[in-house]
Design a protein around this ligand. Structure first.
Ligand SMILES: [Zn+2]
Length: 490
């Protein structure tokens, strides 16, 4: 079999988070509302209704453009894209053709720069619901979504595999969250993907015939659809078939893409400038002020964490996954580092302490958030609480195992670690006297293990320590137990 190169370009639609819709004052927070309750003459497309541009949506779009390293067009305008579909009451969608808000940027994904062709604004459509009423098949239309601001981000065909396409989409998703311009809630279709896929033999210089896959609304569906499509095209080329330029749809329950529309030429949308909206001039002042509002983005944050806290790439990437967790981590590291320095700002960060916090955040904290279906903002433990707990470990008051139990209790009760430890009598047993007595009992009860150990079976030693931990419900100081035990077994 010949070697092939996969080429993928993605068009990503993102619903921006605004109070009102893109061109009218109807509420854009429509999710869960009764059908057609968030509408007005503008978003219902009634004759004579006039659109007005939503300033907040434009500002959000500029922020996205800047985060994607794009050039912001000082002069931008809207165009009508005409087509007929029952969820589009005007018979056209207001979009942008030749003067998009942003163009010519890139997004760095796992060290590779994926070029962004353009990012433009448009309006979302209504939604068709195919259902049964009185036993009859009907199609209903809900215009609550009609006119919600939508941003379309178009990449160059720089993605070389379905996995890379997924990583790119996830990075975009993460940036939208960091910028706070979109909820990108996948369950509410806040982010949707269209992909162009082609493959060509490695020896060929020209791109293969591209196939478009429409309307995928989850990362995993997109990846699965792309894997299916690449394999389908490979098989076709290998058996001498020709790839047809067409639009295909992903059928999730069958795990296949199916042909929806063969296109010989690109559809004619009869674009022309929207006569009801003036071209927009975007001032340098506005761009600069929005640039200043841009937070530190995930890639930069991850690099800084590797630098400042000596975290591995893996740890830094995990912890900067969401802005909230990254901030929680930093606050904890700062608190923990300050303890011995007795200053308001730590003079230096102890990388050992940063690593300890990184482990707790990725392990216990993330697990508790998941179990409770909480976001970090809803977490029941403050960074200072974790630091108090860590100090108790450092002082030898509790061991690591008990600390994990205490942390879970802090999370569920909101109580301080010292309170929980006192209340439940969890203080570590570390007096040689007391541990020696317990060990005598354990040795007496486990003569066989003692014999085995003396015959050279190393595991028996661990077994005996395990018995002590069990008897003390995990409260024994394992280091001291181990020292006394080797003494006793000599
Ligand atoms: Zn409206």
């Amino acid at each position: 079999m010949k070697e092939y190169i996969t080429t993928i370009g993605l068009e990503v639609h993102v619903q921006l988070k605004t109070d009102s819709k893109m061109f009218c004052s109807s509420s854009a927070r429509y999710f869960g509302a009764s059908p057609n309750s968030h509408t007005c003459p503008v978003c219902l497309g009634l004759p004579g209704a006039l659109p007005v541009i939503n300033q907040k949506a434009i500002e959000s779009a500029i922020k996205v453009g800047l985060a994607l390293n794009c050039e912001i067009n000082k002069e931008t305008k809207f165009d009508r894209k005409s087509y007929f579909y029952p969820d589009l009451p005007k018979g056209y969608q207001i979009s942008q053709l030749d003067k998009p808000i942003a163009q010519g940027g890139y997004l760095e994904v796992d060290g590779r720069k994926i070029r962004i062709n353009r990012a433009h604004m448009e309006e979302d459509t209504g939604k068709l619901i195919h259902t049964k009423v009185d036993g009859k098949d009907v199609s209903l239309v809900d215009f609550n979504r009609s006119g919600v601001p939508l941003m379309e981000i178009v990449s160059e065909p720089d993605l070389n595999s379905p996995e890379e396409a997924r990583a790119y989409a996830k990075k975009l998703h993460q940036i939208m969250r960091y910028l706070g311009v979109a909820d990108v809630d996948m369950e509410k279709a806040g982010m949707r993907f269209d992909a162009n896929v082609s493959i060509r033999p490695k020896s060929s210089k020209t791109l293969g015939t591209k196939v478009e896959i429409k309307n995928m609304n989850s990362f995993s569906f997109m990846e699965k659809a792309l894997v299916y499509e690449v394999t389908r095209q490979l098989k076709a080329l290998e058996s001498g078939e020709k790839i047809i330029q067409e639009t295909r749809g992903w059928v999730e329950n069958k795990g296949v893409t199916v042909s929806q529309r063969i296109k010989e030429t690109s559809p004619d949308y009869r674009y022309f400038p929207e006569p009801d909206l003036p071209p927009l001039e975007i001032s340098d002042k506005l761009i600069e002020s929005l640039r200043k509002q841009t937070p530190e983005l995930p890639n930069e944050k991850s690099e800084r964490f590797q630098e400042d806290y000596a975290l591995s790439i893996y740890d830094a990437t995990q912890i900067t996954e969401t802005q909230g967790i990254a901030e929680w981590f930093e606050e904890a590291v700062k608190d923990y580092s300050m303890v011995e320095q007795e200053v308001k700002e730590p003079k230096h960060v102890d990388s050992r302490k940063a690593k300890v916090i990184a482990n707790w955040v990725q392990g216990e904290l993330v697990r508790l958030l998941k179990d409770n279906k909480h976001t970090i903002k809803e977490a029941n433990v403050e960074p200072a609480g974790l630091v108090q707990l860590l100090l108790l470990i450092d002082q030898g008051k509790i061991n690591q195992q008990i600390a994990k139990q205490v942390f879970a209790k802090m999370y569920s009760s909101g109580k301080s670690p010292s309170y929980i430890i006192d209340e439940e009598g969890l203080t570590q047993i570390d007096t040689a006297d007391e541990l020696g007595k317990i060990l005598d009992v354990i040795i007496g009860e486990n003569q066989k293990a003692v014999e085995d150990y003396k015959k050279g079976k190393e595991q028996s030693f661990k077994f005996l320590i395990g018995q002590v931990m069990r008897k003390t419900k995990g409260k024994a100081n394992p280091k001291i137990v181990s020292a006394i035990l080797s003494e006793k077994l000599k």
